[in-house]
Design a protein around this ligand. Structure first.
Ligand code: GLU
Length: 283
């Protein structure tokens, strides 16, 4: 278990009911905070306006409380690092993006989803790992201005520095090394103006003073991107630990969309919160 007083966080997206996999991640963050004499922050990642629902947020808070978890800061309890809903943090992301723009670390990308799909297919067919081909990386400023004037709405991509090795010591997996040359320039702001996961998540961790991020293994490959962003922004990089995902009977990770039992279902079936906690911590 951790030794430093860790500030941890649970950062769910309110797009479905909590299942045991999400609950386990939340529980480990709660335990790491308590065991180290630190605290947990609850942050709501609701930038996907189409899929996020307020009713789901209310249910999510209720389920977490029922499970017995506690957070020192969050949308319902407030705190010094709010707001705690990403949909209300646009000004924070705009500041970060301005700083990246001033350093020339980002560029507008006009590629359509169809073009990106074709490029991906071509790379896979050639036996190469798919990543952004850099089509818009060197567009002259005049051409960018012309397209914007013509009404095009570009996304914004982070210019991944070539030839770098990004290293971090994962609390669960141990030392990790990623070559920046394997990582394509990635989107930090979508064409519709909304902030993309990589940026919002990393900036919030830094600005909320998070020192330990415990999250699912599905985010391990995102970590080098987030470290590069935080370094470019001269923001602190938290410690990361990636937990194995819980699998369903079919062998694929539990997911709300695949109909995994929600905490609410288990509660209705009569499971006690203490029994679930005991089960989750022993898996
Ligand atoms: N909103 C993200 C998710 O639910 C958070 C990932 C993270 O914990 O960094 O997967």
């Amino acid at each position: 278990m951790p030794t430093a007083p860790y500030v941890t966080r649970f950062a769910p997206s309110p797009t479905g009911a909590l299942h045991l996999g999400n609950a386990r991640t939340a529980f480990f963050n709660d335990l790491a905070a308590r065991a180290s004499g630190g605290r947990m922050v609850l942050r709501i990642e609701d930038t996907d306006a189409e899929r996020s629902e307020d009713a789901l947020l209310v249910k999510l808070l209720e389920d977490l409380r029922w499970l017995g978890l506690e957070w020192a800061e969050g949308p319902d309890v407030g705190g010094a690092h709010g707001p705690y809903r990403q949909s209300e943090r646009g000004a924070h992301y705009a500041r970060a993006i301005e700083s990246l723009e001033a350093q020339g670390r980002v560029y507008p990308c006009f590629c359509s989803p169809e073009e990106l799909k074709l490029s991906r297919k071509a790379q896979l067919a050639a036996g190469r790992p798919p990543r952004y081909a850099g089509t818009c990386a060197t567009l002259p400023a005049a051409e960018v201005a012309r397209r914007v004037e013509a009404g095009a709405k570009p996304a914004l991509r982070f210019r991944v520095p070539p030839g770098r090795v990004i290293e971090f010591d994962d609390l669960i997996h141990g030392p990790q090394r990623f070559a920046s040359d394997d990582i394509g320039d990635f989107v930090i702001r979508r064409a519709d103006g909304s902030v993309a996961f990589f940026l919002g998540n990393a900036v919030d961790d830094a600005e909320m003073g998070i020192t330990l991020v415990l999250r699912g293994d599905d985010h391990l490959a995102n970590t080098p991107r987030q470290i590069m962003l935080l370094e470019a922004l001269a923001m602190p990089v938290p410690r990361y630990g990636h937990l194995p995902l819980l699998l369903g009977h079919g062998g694929s990770p539990l997911s709300k969309r695949e109909g995994a039992a929600s905490l609410g279902d288990l509660r209705a079936q009569g499971y006690l919160p203490g029994a679930l906690r005991n089960y989750l911590v022993r898996l």
